[in-house]
Design a binder for this molecule. Structure first.
Ligand SMILES: [Zn+2]
Length: 404
């Protein structure tokens, strides 16, 4: 193999400064492209910053506070010492609107539908935003619509560290701008990190590759562990999200708006991806169940996609924000041991239609891992007796619950 330095030497020796300059220019251009791309993947950090200087300060703030395993802002009031295994599965672009579990008219959840007596399915949960990063930086930290900038912010990963859990972040999403994007920064705080996919959304990436890695994490010795699994889920390009054996749907679905050859193909591909997602989720739940320990699995999607459901559009974008993009699945599975030692979970059946916004997930999370931190607000936990419904404000001061 020819080393880079050898190429440069060659260019100089051949006295071809024009070619050399061309190579350098191309390098600079591609660096510029990467930088721009990295910036475009930013959200809150960039949105809240009105200048490069401010951007840089905000980014440093995030890196300094959210990327480290420990965070001084966390004051633990009380925590359980019991052995426990928690798995938090963060989905991608999967809308309730295309899930059989939520009465979609196609069999997109053949496995989970059979298991549905085993878990709690929440049917009125929304995402705070329709873009991955903007949604996750709220769902995974203390920030929310009213307080996007929190003085002493921390993440669910850091909270788990502070509560003496061994933490794993296993991701099938490309760590874009490795030290830049918020989910990557949040993931960095985990004690064990794995990014299995290095390709972008344009390539074949299938979530079953996560399964053996989750299994390995489940088999590690630690008594208390939290495994965060970040799926590629059902993100476009849909046909690249499932193996051939999951090519199942054909024909036109009567529910599709704007029926064309194109929408027919996209709906079938999306539904195949949702059906594959059903398989991946069920496999992870079954693995945790087999461990037969005090354990739980929680799954929700970062946001959904509109696949010709309400408009002539496929995907998710702020300018096109519609209900299918905000309406996300949320399910929670608990082992028998967990249920025995957490009697409060018995009441969950009556909580399943609570109006919830995943921007408050950190409170639900701390509730199920039995950790109370200074600032914990029981009224914001989906699993708490003292939960209170509150306004769900999205977009530019739009109340989701009065949105036509
Ligand atoms: Zn997303």
């Amino acid at each position: 193999m020819v080393k880079k330095s050898e190429i440069f030497q060659f260019l100089y020796l051949k006295k071809e400064p024009v070619l050399f300059k061309l190579v350098i220019t191309l390098l600079i251009l591609s660096c510029g492209f990467m930088l721009k791309r990295s910036f475009s993947e930013q959200s809150i950090i960039l949105t809240l910053s009105h200048s490069i200087q401010e951007y840089s300060t905000a980014k440093d703030y995030y890196k300094e506070h959210l990327a480290k395993q420990e965070n001084d802002a966390i004051k633990i009031v009380s925590k359980s010492e019991e052995p426990q295994i928690g798995v938090v599965i963060i989905g991608e672009s999967t809308s309730r609107w295309h899930m059989q579990l939520y009465n979609y008219n196609r069999e997109t959840n053949p496995i989970l539908s059979k298991m549905k007596e085993e878990f709690y399915l929440f049917d009125d949960v929304i995402a705070p935003d329709v873009m991955t990063i903007r949604s996750l930086e709220k769902a995974l930290t203390l920030s929310n619509y009213e307080h996007p900038k929190v003085d002493k912010n921390f993440s669910i990963v850091q909270l788990a560290n502070a509560a003496d859990f061994d933490t794993f972040w296993i991701s099938n999403q490309q760590p874009v701008g490795f030290t830049e994007s918020t989910p990557t920064i949040i993931a960095t705080a985990a004690k064990h990190k794995q990014f299995l996919a290095t390709d972008s959304y344009f390539y074949n990436i299938h979530d079953e590759s996560l399964i053996p890695e989750v299994k390995k994490a489940l088999k590690t010795k630690s008594n208390r562990k939290l495994i965060f699994v970040h799926l590629i889920g059902t993100h476009r390009i849909y046909a690249k999200r499932y193996p051939k054996r999951f090519n199942y749907f054909e024909g036109v679905n009567e529910r599709t708006q704007y029926k064309t050859e194109y929408s027919k193909a996209k709906v079938n591909e999306y539904d195949n991806a949702v059906r594959y997602n059903d398989f991946v989720l069920s496999e992870i739940i079954k693995m945790v169940k087999t461990e037969n320990k005090n354990s739980f699995v929680v799954y929700f999607s970062d946001h959904g996609d509109d696949v010709f459901d309400t408009q002539d559009f496929v995907g998710h974008h702020n300018n096109k924000g519609s209900k299918p993009m905000y309406d996300v699945p949320f399910l929670a599975w608990f082992s028998n041991d967990y249920l025995k030692s957490n009697k409060k979970i018995d009441t969950l059946d009556s909580y399943k239609s609570r109006k919830y916004n995943t921007e408050d997930f950190i409170y639900s999370f701390s509730d199920i891992i039995n950790v109370e931190f200074e600032g914990f607000d029981a009224t914001r936990s989906l699993f708490n007796l003292n939960f209170e419904e509150r306004k769900r404000i999205i977009k530019n001061n739009l109340d989701y619950d009065t949105w036509e």
